[in-house]
Design a protein around this ligand. Structure first.
Ligand SMILES: Nc1nc2c(ncn2[C@@H]2O[C@H](COP(=O)(O)OP(=O)(O)O)[C@@H](O)[C@H]2O)c(=O)[nH]1
Ligand SMILES: [Mg+2]
Length: 425
């Protein structure tokens, strides 16, 4: 494990050089002494000051802004000094070299700043993971869900449950201590509180998972051959992604097109037309199409209503509305554009409830397993009358939550998580 307290770390925290401006951060007890050596007198806390930045021989490296954030009220919980200089490779390298040449200063490992924030209790593991998600965010749903977690949305929820569990455990201990006494004045009956806790846990377990924000919803376009499926996929994608011809059986493979529709991440899937066919390749395509329909979140169906697959979120579309006088469902034409806005609005409307929201924090796969463990312990506790056994289940429930927050049993996970971060974060 890296990040032993004591040394001071330095890294480029802004993006890839060359850039207009680069931000270099130092964090740790020697950050201020290093700043004095490289940039002269320390500026007032949280005030940007222009300074000459010099190497150990006193030669000018660059002139830049220096900001001092005194610990412990900082991102890492330590003293931080930040340097904003010209973003060339040479300036950045020379400044980092000058800083890391100072006593007790070394270059940071990827994610080490955030790791210190975690070690020093500035954030918990759900927030560190939220930050990792925020740094990876490529769409609005992801950004909002990640921000909610980074800001402590899940942390507060978990801490609230933990406090309730801790209070019940304390009462269980009292009940155990007084179990042999005659008066029975220490009856311990947490059934109602456990039921309330389970209800709140179930709400979180049922909320859309974090990973959903990244992968988006799978929207499959299906129907008989020549119905206009590939044309609709191209119209929604805004470019020709799938081959369109008048020949039935043109599309054989699944064609996946990642898109953002009104900020909602969607994987649009074009499929082979469903029909009985003697063509071996097309028959494989039809099987793939049926599989894709089964795994889809949303389905645009371009066939007649009574052939529609059983699906909870299906939109019946009457395609080629410019040609056909009428058909089943929403009239859509890729030629006139009729109905396309309605299709987009339907997609957004159906997708939002299955994606993480900006109000209710979601769980990631790791957290979901642990919260499920907590839930199972509480369910067992609910059936127990003996305070000794009850106390043990409550302890197990709490231990699972402690792993969610990163307070225990997660060392190997931390190495994996922080390895994902960019250098300087
Ligand atoms: N007039 C008109 N023709 C369409 C429309 N959509 C598709 N077509 C035509 O119908 C034929 C089959 O379209 P295609 O998208 O390949 O159907 P698929 O087999 O379901 O993928 C092609 O000749 C398209 O140009 C539409 O909205 N209006
Ligand atoms: Mg097609």
């Amino acid at each position: 494990m890296i990040g032993t307290a004591g040394d001071t770390i330095v890294a480029l925290s802004s993006g890839r050089v060359p850039s207009a401006i680069a931000v270099i951060r130092t964090s740790g007890p020697a950050a201020t002494a290093a700043a004095a050596a490289v940039a002269g007198p320390l500026p007032e806390p949280r005030r940007a000051s222009l300074r000459a930045l010099r190497d150990s021989a006193g030669a000018l490296i660059d002139r830049g802004l220096v900001v001092f954030f005194p610990g412990p009220d900082t991102a890492t919980g330590e003293d931080i000094v930040e340097y904003q200089c010209h973003g060339s490779k040479a300036v950045v390298e020379a400044l980092i070299a000058a800083l890391s040449a100072q006593p007790a200063v070394r270059r940071a490992e990827p994610g080490e700043f955030t790791r210190r924030a975690l070690t020093n209790g500035r954030i918990d593991l759900t927030q560190a993971e939220g930050l990792a998600e925020l740094l990876d965010a490529e769409n609005e749903v992801q950004r909002r869900s990640a921000l909610l977690r980074a800001e402590g949305g899940l942390r507060r929820q978990v801490e609230e449950w933990r406090a309730i569990l801790l209070a019940m455990s304390a009462e269980a201990e009292v009940a155990i201590d007084y179990a042999d006494e005659e008066d029975g004045g220490h009856a311990f009956d947490p059934a109602d509180r456990i039921a309330a806790l389970l209800a709140s846990i179930d709400l979180l377990l049922r909320a859309p998972r974090v990973e959903r924000a990244r992968d988006g919803v799978r929207l499959v376009v299906a129907g008989p051959p020549n119905a206009g499926k590939s044309s609709l996929v191209n119209a929604l994608a805004g470019e020709a992604r799938a081959i369109v011809t008048h020949i039935p059986g043109t599309t054989r493979d699944l064609i996946e097109v990642p898109l953002s529709i009104g900020g909602v991440p969607v994987t649009l899937v074009d499929t082979a037309g469903l029909r009985e066919t003697g063509d071996t390749v097309e028959a494989i395509g039809v099987d793939l199409a049926r599989g894709a329909i089964g795994r889809s979140d949303l389905l645009l169906w371009l066939g007649v209503g009574h052939d529609a697959p059983d699906h909870p979120r299906l939109l019946q579309i009457a395609s080629k509305a410019d040609l056909e006088p009428r058909g089943d469902g929403l009239r859509v034409s890729v030629v006139s554009g009729e109905g396309l806005d309605e299709v987009r609005a339907w997609i957004i409307d159906q997708a939002l409830p299955i994606l993480p929201s900006s109000e209710q924090p979601g769980l990631n796969a790791r957290e979901a397993i642990l919260v499920e463990d907590c839930r199972k312990a509480l369910e067992r506790a609910q059936r127990l009358g003996d305070p000794v056994m009850l106390a043990e289940e409550l302890r197990l429930a709490r231990a699972s939550l402690d792993q969610v927050s990163g307070h225990s049993g997660v060392d190997s996970l931390l190495d994996a998580l922080f390895g994902r971060f960019c250098l300087g974060k």
